[in-house]
Design a protein around this ligand. Sequence first.
Ligand code: AMP
Length: 393
Amino acid sequence: MKILSINAGSSSLKFTLYKMPEEEKIVTGQFERIGIKDGSYKIKVNGEKIEKKHDLKDHKVAIDILLKELIDLKIIKDLSEIKAVGHRVVQGGDKYDDSVVITDEVVKDIEIFSSLAPLHNPANLIGYQAVKEKLKDVKHVAIFDTAFHHSIPKVKYTYPLPLEFLDLKVRKYGFHGTSHKYITEYMQKYLNKDKVNLIICHIGNGASITAVKDSKSYDTSMGFTPVSGLMMGTRCGDIDVSIAPYIMDKLNITIDEFMNICNKKSGLLGISEYSSDSRDIEQKVTEQDEKAILATDIYADKVVTYIANYYFALEGKLDAIVFTAGIGENSNTTRKRIIDKLKCIDIDLDEKKNDETRGSFGIITREKSKYKVYVVPTDEEVEIARDTYRLTK
Ligand code: AMP
């Protein structure tokens, strides 16, 4: 059965076509600069990469091209071969604790939850509507980034603000749930255990850490929105809220401008004053650039602080610490900076293994290390395809 997995952003659309349940990736690719000039798309099939420039007026145009390419490239003979479509949706609010077949009610809910994720949910819906128009007769499934975190207990999801704010939907939701769930299932299988306790460090351009207890999310670093928790590529993570009125007054800026700084001009970019990309920063570190060194030191400090927090939350009953996503999978230097600070709980980095493990599975601690640290490449697309298959087969 062929399943299409879709991840629609405001100006991009990533897709993968799977053969399920074999989880065979048939074709994958991405459209960029949708609704902006100089649109383009990439398709990877049979190890070959096709790249084309094409104006992409809107998501509908991108979907038209995608479906036409699938036929032209002889990947499918007919659109009826696609049996179901899975759509990433960032915010499922306090309602959805699992993926769900999309109905009119679900569409309405996604619209309602847009006020909690104005940058993401509307784009996810536009992507859904564009695909739905072409693939009317198949089931479409919403896979929510927040669903995995529904198991977080009230004591951890409630902010110490007036309790009535909970009625206004102010609470911790957590994000990257699809990735944290994928890693949890992977580790369950790898360790051959029904229930696992993990600290998962999903550190890419966006970053979040999750404490997994008995294979369920127990706490996570992102909160009401994805700006909180760790320092990220361009996001600030947790800060004192009083900074907002102070800076708005000092710089004579609006709350929207302040939030834009927190989301797009902070983190690695804000401190290094150079780049949000960890590869650029690491290069600057080798050149002894002081701001880059400060950026990487703060970055590691924030991750260590959350690991320590979750180590205690899990009462030290830990099957593994896992690093994943762009930085977690690839940046041996970032991992070393973090893991070296975990010696006090008898975590012993194997530097050679750490250096050798780039973008692939690996155990990067020594045999004698009390807790093992793993690198596991995440795969959010396959998790989308799995849920879509489970709910539509
Ligand atoms: P993601 O959001 O998961 O795609 O991760 C993006 C981040 O991963 C960026 O900061 C990249 O610099 C970083 N990254 C990707 N590949 C590498 C690599 N080979 N070495 C170091 N960092 C990398």
